[in-house]
Design a protein. Structure first.
Length: 601
């Protein structure tokens, strides 16, 4: 590359960074322009740019993927930063077309600097383990890891003895006590968690006994699913470093044991989610679908996954839709079409079985339908934001209609990161879904920018690394149990309770620079995107089903009430397994697969 071209691009990059600082008012941009830092950025561009273009000459497709990954990350960081700054003066939004162009241009230039980093990720490869990590059989290794995780979580349970009855357990317990059920929460989890608490009250004499029993049983399954993942990594002779880090991550990451003793559906859902993902990894690794007992086990775990979380079935439906579309792509081989057809059939079986069991439970328990508000998080946030910031611009008819559908106090309770305060006031008894849809459409045409902002703010926990609330955790009993039944945390290890309770969003951001990234949800959604990019750059398309499975579930969270750690727990648990699959090729088997008709490639 000619020197004048490199100097021009480096100068443009420097100007773009200066413009972003001026536009966002993050720091004193004049001091930036006068200091030594601009020279460092200019010199860095001159050094890195030629290296990036060498990659372009070597492999244009890989370069494009690496460059786009950098662009996506930088652009969303700049956009998220700007939107966070807008929150300080919400009455005067400053992000418009001009600002978005500057952000995009800056991202396009800075992506040349990040491309070599993503290239390292694409070319990075681990050597497989030469010997087994433990001198035991696979099943023995599984039991050892399971025992170590289960025992390792016991101190946390003692710290919050007898466990954390929190989140939605108050409503679920009342359903068990009154035997009047609602499908708002998965019925199978209501029977499990609420049933164990009531069992403790009636058989063991107190809710403390039920909470203790719940903690033990849930930790048993939770740690077992993790041990199953470690066993898979050992079976495929994954690099010992990855195996040890995975084991340590499961054992020491503080959110895992705290959630493991919490009465939320996300724990058992995530356990079956991890097992399902590991089975998919195994099938993708061997390029053959399960048969016989293995297939039955896979289907059972996937069905249970769907039963423990209502939105899991929608993720599978999206996945089936993608397979359906790829089936008609031109140039696809017979094997690839056969794979898509088989995958669609398996997903259909899971959906039919899970829906069938759900209907049996619904009819058998005479459960009423959950409220429609749970499906309207984004629309109510968009309408509430428009109301809060543009109330005077509403027509009298639209304002009155909106206040009849959503209580005025709840509209004013709008929070950019969670829809529950607004949804609490939604009632469509007088006006039906049709009126709601028409009003939502009219307001969207009148305030399109606020609709876009509301959706982006609501989903920040998926795309903005600088998000600040997604590490939300509960460390105490729910008020319902404390006020109505006198059930409190009676810690046997108060110092350890203080240790776990320290991990709040504020403390993580204030005291753990860089490391705090691993405690917030965006890291785990970006991991899925980067995994897909790395596989595309490596041309390992047979493994793209792995990030696809994780991405389809993440997509369903867009329509949820918020993005917090317990919703994305399954993805967190799958991340080290995904890393092992991507960064280490499978050790070739000495025997060929027994069937080629169902191969995945």
């Amino acid at each position: 590359m000619k020197l004048w071209i490199k100097i021009t691009i480096a100068s443009l990059t420097l100007w773009a960074v200066s413009s972003i600082l001026k536009m966002t008012n993050i720091g004193n941009w004049i001091f930036f322009n006068k200091g030594i830092l601009p020279f460092g950025i200019f010199f860095l561009c001159l050094v890195v740019l030629p290296k990036s273009l060498i990659r372009w000459r070597e492999d244009k497709k890989a370069f494009l993927v690496e460059y786009l990954m950098g662009f996506a990350l930088i652009f969303t960081e700049l956009l998220g930063m700007g939107m966070r700054l807008e929150l300080t003066v919400p009455q005067e939004p400053w992000i418009g077309g001009k600002e978005l162009l500057i952000m995009a241009g800056t991202s396009a230039l800075l992506s040349f600097l990040t491309e070599p980093l993503f290239r390292k990720a694409v070319t990075f490869s681990l050597k497989p383990a030469s010997t087994s990590l433990l001198p035991f059989s696979l099943n023995q290794t599984f039991l050892i890891v399971w025992a170590s995780l289960f025992i390792g979580y016991i101190p946390c349970m003692l710290a919050f003895f007898p466990g954390l009855c929190c989140y939605d357990i108050g409503w679920q317990l009342e359903q068990i006590r009154t035997w009047t059920f609602n499908t708002h929460h998965p019925l199978i989890h209501t029977l499990f968690a609420g049933g164990l608490l009531e069992f403790g009250k009636r058989v063991l004499g107190s809710y403390y006994g039920g909470a203790f029993l719940h903690s033990l049983i849930q930790l048993f399954f939770f740690s077992g699913s993790m041990a199953f993942a470690v066993r898979f990594l050992v079976k495929r002779k994954t690099n010992s470093g990855i195996v040890i880090l995975t084991w340590a991550f499961f054992l020491l990451f503080p959110f895992f044991p705290v959630l493991g003793i919490s009465t939320t559906k996300d724990i058992l859902f995530s356990s079956f989610f991890l097992i399902t993902f590991v089975c998919i990894c195994d099938m993708a690794d061997n390029q053959i679908f399960y048969q016989g007992i293995k297939l039955a086990f896979f289907l059972a775990c996937t069905v249970l996954m769907c039963l423990f979380r209502n939105n899991a079935i929608y993720g599978l439906a999206v996945m089936a839709g993608i397979f359906f579309l790829t089936y008609f792509f031109p140039g696809k081989s017979f094997q690839m079409k056969n794979f898509s057809r088989t995958a669609i059939c398996l997903i259909a079986v899971v959906i039919v079985l899970s829906q069938g069991i759900f209907l049996v439970l619904e009819k058998g328990l005479h459960a009423t339908q959950g409220y429609i508000a749970e499906k309207l998080s984004i629309p109510v946030q968009q309408m509430a934001r428009s109301y809060v910031y543009h109330q005077d611009e509403f027509s009298q008819t639209d304002r009155q209609l909106l206040e009849e559908m959503i209580h005025e106090d709840c509209l004013w309770n709008y929070k950019y990161y969670i829809s529950d305060p607004v949804k609490a006031g939604l009632h469509l008894d007088t006006h039906g879904k049709k009126d709601f849809l028409f009003l939502w459409t009219r307001l969207g045409m009148q305030f399109p920018e606020e609709y876009i902002r509301a959706a982006l703010y609501q989903t920040m926990g998926l795309w903005y690394m600088g998000g600040d609330i997604s590490a939300y955790m509960e460390y105490d009993m729910c008020p319902h149990l404390k006020e109505n039944y006198g059930v409190y945390v009676e810690s046997r290890l108060p110092e350890l309770r203080n240790y776990y309770s320290w991990f709040t969003s504020e403390n993580l951001q204030s005291h753990l620079p860089f490391l705090s990234l691993f405690f917030f949800t965006p890291f785990y959604s970006w991991s899925v995107l980067f995994a897909a990019g790395i596989l595309l750059a490596k041309r390992q398309k047979q493994l793209l089903i792995l990030p696809l499975f994780l991405a389809c579930y993440l997509f369903t969270l867009v329509f949820g009430p918020c993005i917090i750690i317990r919703y994305i727990l399954g993805n967190m648990m799958c991340t080290p397994v995904l890393a092992g699959m991507i960064f280490q090729p499978k050790v070739p088997s000495r025997t060929k697969p027994c069937s080629t008709a169902s191969q995945l490639g």
